[in-house]
Ligand binder design. Structure first.
Ligand code: G6P
Length: 601
């Protein structure tokens, strides 16, 4: 949460910073700010609200300068205000800091610093520039050394960029527990909170490791450990394109990302057909513990269903935010399977570290090359979803599901719990998933119409079973995060234990009812809702009249094995949430109070 962007080179820094911040705005949009060293000193602007507010402010002010930092904020400490927007400054105005993370001991540091320094904000971050200012002298004017000394006094998490007025072509950066990526250009270099924001400028990147610091100039980058010993790091070449990170003619990133799924899902299936990743890590374990948050946790529920069916191995699905404070018996015979689109979610990383300490092998499934999770895992499965910008996860979810199902299929075959014939049949069927999604997307006008029908005053609940319990949770999450309407997902069999009391004629119950082991049970559950006046929207297998007869609206998915149905059934639910949100005039890509990458606890 919070995005930072930095530039040192020969171009107009302000332009590049504003462009970078636009790509990082998904990480927080409470306020934003920039600072540039323009040859005479530091010039800055910061504004509460969306980036547009800052843009309007800087348009009328020539900044000049070729070195600078930018920030987009998701507020943690201190309210949403101009004063709390980053950058924050030292008393002499010479040191500017942008920060992503939380300084846990800021209160005690501030109490001491306040005796000598004037604080202008209520943020935890502001202790950093004042600390660096104090230590600058002790560091004999060596700004990186001063930053290192300051970092030694901090507790918590940070990705920070520091700019000193007297060091015009230099940015100092440090990271602990928050992502920070250096981008390598030609006579110019960059820093950013993620890789996609760098893509218009470079595809050669170095993600900083824990506890590393760096000094960035136009001609080069140096990386150091906490004791300022230089470290050699080879850059990664990223194969994502800037186009894949754009809207490509769609009104929102989310629409573009929903639409990309025929291709991204097909790419995942093809990749498993081309070469099977090394699955040794998972071959001999007795149980699996999934570690994930949000949408990735829903993917974990599908992992549980698939691994238990195909591999006959017990699987638990841990919410990382709970797991990290629990007493889960990890150990060498328990595979820790961490699922995270970004690979930077703080709770997921903390749980992974806990699992590692107990000796569990760590398998990661992530979308981002070089992310922290990938660097800390024993083995990584990379998704091929490409950059995902919309805060509501869509294509990364279906990519996660394909990888999970293939993992289950291959492990089942290797461990002898799945016959070669069934394996062949299932992998063959997976080859059609991309085309199937294309067909589902053609129902977009129907879904839009349905979203309009339930425009005013309706609540939503989603129900499913077995493989599609996850789909119910995910459908409800999409709906609530971008429409702000209360919506919940339930196991359909649980309806009688409470949720049925919510049902009346203003309640839309979305029933995920594809053909499979639990379809008949689902129809009974639909009847229970109908007889209490609830409206039914079903996701059903094409031509399934039995479901159509008990539904007000039906979205169809092509006939498929039940294990593949969550990949298809979620598509109309993504569209439903999207159209409902657009109808309400919501900011679909940047829902209030949320951020895509939750890098703080
Ligand atoms: C945030 C995002 C969700 C995402 C979750 C986990 O809440 O808004 O879309 O599912 O974080 O993120 P991860 O990157 O670990 O998959």
């Amino acid at each position: 949460m919070c995005g930072i962007f930095g530039y040192v080179g020969h171009r107009d820094a302000l332009k590049i910073l504003m462009d970078g911040l636009k790509r990082l705005e998904y990480r927080g949009y409470d306020s934003s700010g920039v600072v540039v060293q323009n040859g005479h000193g530091l010039v800055a602007a910061k504004r509460r609200g969306r980036l547009d507010a800052l843009e309007a402010e800087v348009r009328s002010r020539p900044f000049g300068g070729h070195t600078g930092l930018g920030h987009t904020r998701w507020a943690t400490h201190g309210g949403v205000s101009d004063a709390n927007a980053h950058p924050h400054f030292s008393c002499d105005g010479k040191i500017a800091v942008v920060h992503n993370g939380i300084i846990e001991n800021f209160a005690e540091l501030r109490k001491d610093l306040e005796r000598r320094h004037r604080f202008l904000s209520g943020t935890d971050t502001e202790v950093i520039p004042h600390l660096v200012e104090e230590l600058y002298e002790q560091a004999e004017g060596d700004i990186l050394f001063a930053v290192t000394l300051a970092v030694g006094r901090l507790r918590g998490s940070w990705a920070m960029g520091v700019l000193h007025a007297d060091h015009p072509n230099r940015l100092s950066v440090a990271r602990v527990n928050c992502p920070l990526v250096l981008g390598l250009g030609d006579g110019e270099n960059f820093l950013a909170s993620d890789i996609p924001s760098l893509l218009p400028y470079t595809r050669r990147v170095i993600p900083l490791d824990e506890n590393e610091l760096s000094t960035i100039g136009p001609e080069g980058i140096q990386i150091f450990d906490r004791h300022l010993t230089a470290k050699a790091r080879a850059p990664l070449d990223i194969d994502w394109t800037a186009e894949a990170a754009g809207k490509n003619g769609h009104p929102h990133f989310m629409a573009q990302e929903i639409d990309a799924q025929p291709r991204t899902v097909a790419a995942e299936v093809e990749a498993w057909g081309r070469s099977v990743p090394d699955l040794r890590l998972a071959r001999d374990v007795d149980r699996v513990m999934v570690i994930a948050c949000g949408t990735a946790w829903h993917a974990g529920l599908v992992a549980k269903a698939a691994l238990e069916e195909m591999v006959r191995i017990p699987v638990e699905v841990g919410l990382a935010s709970e797991l990290r404070y629990g007493d889960h018996p990890f150990g060498p015979r328990t595979l820790a399977f961490a699922i995270s689109q970004s690979g930077e979610t703080a709770d997921t990383l903390a749980s992974v570290r806990m699992a590692r300490e107990s000796g569990s092998p760590i398998l990661a499934l992530t979308n981002v090359k070089g992310c922290t999770l990938a660097r800390e895992a024993d083995h990584v499965l990379y998704m091929r979803a490409g950059p995902e910008t919309g805060v509501a996860a869509t294509k990364s979810y279906t990519s996660q599901l394909v990888n999970i199902l293939f993992l289950a299929l291959h492990l089942g075959r290797e461990r002898g719990t799945l016959s070669p014939e069934r394996f062949e049949a299932l992998t063959r069927e997976a080859g059609f998933l991309g085309t199937h999604i294309g067909r589902i997307l053609r129902q977009d006008p129907l879904v839009r119409q349905c979203a309009r029908t339930f425009q005013e005053g309706y609540g939503f609940m989603f129900m499913g079973r077995r493989y599609n319990l996850a789909t119910a949770y995910e459908g409800a999450l999409k709906m609530k995060e971008i429409t702000y309407l209360p919506s919940e997902g339930y196991g359909a069999g649980e309806m009688k234990h409470g949720p049925l009391s919510l049902v009346d004629e203003r309640m839309v119950c979305v029933a995920i009812t594809p053909r499979g082991r639990v379809k008949e049970k689902m129809i009974s559950n639909i009847q229970e809702v109908r007889s209490r006046g609830g409206r039914i929207v079903s996701v059903a297998t094409e031509g399934d009249h039995a479901v159509a007869e008990v539904s007000d609206h039906v979205f169809e998915i092509p006939s498929c094995e039940e294990m593949f149905s969550p990949i298809l059934a979620v598509i109309p639910l993504q569209l439903l949430a999207y159209h409902r949100a657009v109808g309400l005039g919501r900011d679909v890509d940047r829902p209030r109070n949320l951020a895509k990458s939750v890098t703080v606890e």
